[in-house]
Write a protein that binds this ligand. Structure first.
Ligand code: OTD
Ligand code: ZN
Ligand code: ZN
Length: 352
């Protein structure tokens, strides 16, 4: 009889792309992430955005205060700065000295709270030069924002118009193509020549591994499956599954868990973002199991991220068990509620 895996042990994973917001709601979402992950790259798209080292230090202090009030002592936030047209080379060098993990490039208007983003990457030349010089990674939201480009094509067009020229101009710059959603992005990152250097990578979310764009319209509009970049066709999902489960160290875990209160999602103009933090690891395990590649989960979730960021791998282990978990219909979020990904359904894998 064929044996089925019922339990897997991994070095503790990290989340290399996470939104935890600020204020009252932060501790609710932080607790979900800290249950599973040792570290997370904290996205800087607050209102106003985290554009300077001093704003990031203040944000880090608020995160640490929340961790303390939750009684969590084994979780490390990795801070990022929001790149703007005005980011100076000095701020980059200061960020490096202060232990900021990365800068984030949001093309202006690309996603939630990105209005202060970069209007034209040419304006960032001196900041990018400094990043390249000090080894500061640039994390990119890889979509063009021009309204004449179809929303389903914005990632592929970004590769040609922005990413490839950027890599030509800054061949030593460390770049993470965040939350990739297309076969063009998957193949671009897989096939790019980097002279053997570990300087190009991509993160992949659980929703883009598990769903295609039909999930936004299944029997009616499904606002909780709407995120940016938007879900794509099945052929793209399959390309993402293929690279994520291939053991290629350029691809690693980044949930892009992006909490919005239920009322802000279920609205005439609903916010973009999926809340996957509640059982993110279970979701990834399901995606890897679907193609018989659970043995490749540890590299993706726990090894390739720290290697890219030149950080030590975690030493503790976690165990996932194959035991159906009911996902609640709603979870508390400050004085409101949030609808997690897969609300009201079950997920096969759970953290022991
Ligand atoms: N995408 N929502 C958000 C961010 C991400 O592009 C992203 O990183 C958010 O709400 O902050 C989303 O759909
Ligand atoms: Zn993004
Ligand atoms: Zn994000």
């Amino acid at each position: 009889m064929p044996t089925t895996t019922t339990q897997i042990q991994l070095l503790q994973p990290d989340d290399w792309h996470l939104h935890i917001r600020d204020g009252e709601v932060m501790k609710d979402v932080l607790a979900d992430t800290a249950r599973q992950f040792a570290r997370a790259i904290i996205m800087p798209n607050l209102k106003p955005p985290v554009t300077t080292v001093s704003l990031a230090s203040a944000y880090r202090a608020r995160i640490e205060a929340n961790l303390k009030s939750l009684g969590i002592s084994d979780f490390t936030p990795l801070m990022t700065l929001y790149l703007t047209d005005n980011t100076s080379a000095d701020e980059v060098r200061k960020a490096k000295a202060e232990g900021i993990a990365a800068f984030k490039l949001y093309p202006a208007g690309a996603t939630t709270n990105s209005d202060a983003g970069v209007s034209d990457i040419k304006r960032c030349h001196s900041a990018l030069e400094a990043m390249q010089a000090v080894g500061m990674p640039l994390l990119v939201h890889g979509e063009v924002t021009s309204s004449e480009i179809d929303i389903f094509d914005r990632e592929a067009v970004f590769i040609d118009q922005v990413l490839e020229p950027l890599r030509q101009n800054f061949p030593e710059l460390k770049i993470v193509f965040e939350h990739i959603t297309t076969k063009q992005a998957a193949h671009y990152v897989r096939d790019a020549q980097t002279g053997g250097k570990n300087i190009l990578a991509a993160t992949i979310t659980p929703q883009h591994l598990l769903m295609n764009r039909n999930a936004i319209f299944a029997g009616g509009i499904r606002p909780h499956n709407y995120c940016l970049p938007v879900l794509k066709r099945e052929e793209h999902r399959l390309a993402l599954i293929d690279v994520a489960t291939s053991g290629n160290s350029r691809f690693f875990l980044g949930t892009d868990s992006a909490p919005h209160a239920k009322g802000a999602k279920e609205a005439a103009c609903g916010c973009a973002g999926c809340y996957s933090a509640f059982n993110a690891l279970g979701l990834y395990a399901e995606a890897f199991e679907s193609v018989g590649k659970l043995d490749k989960l540890e590299g993706f979730a726990s090894l390739f991220g720290p290697d890219f960021y030149s950080l030590p791998r975690n030493t503790k282990t976690v165990t996932l068990v194959k035991q159906a978990q009911n996902i609640p219909a709603e979870l508390p979020l400050g004085d409101a509620t949030i609808v997690p990904l897969r609300a009201g359904e079950t997920i096969a894998w759970t953290l022991a």
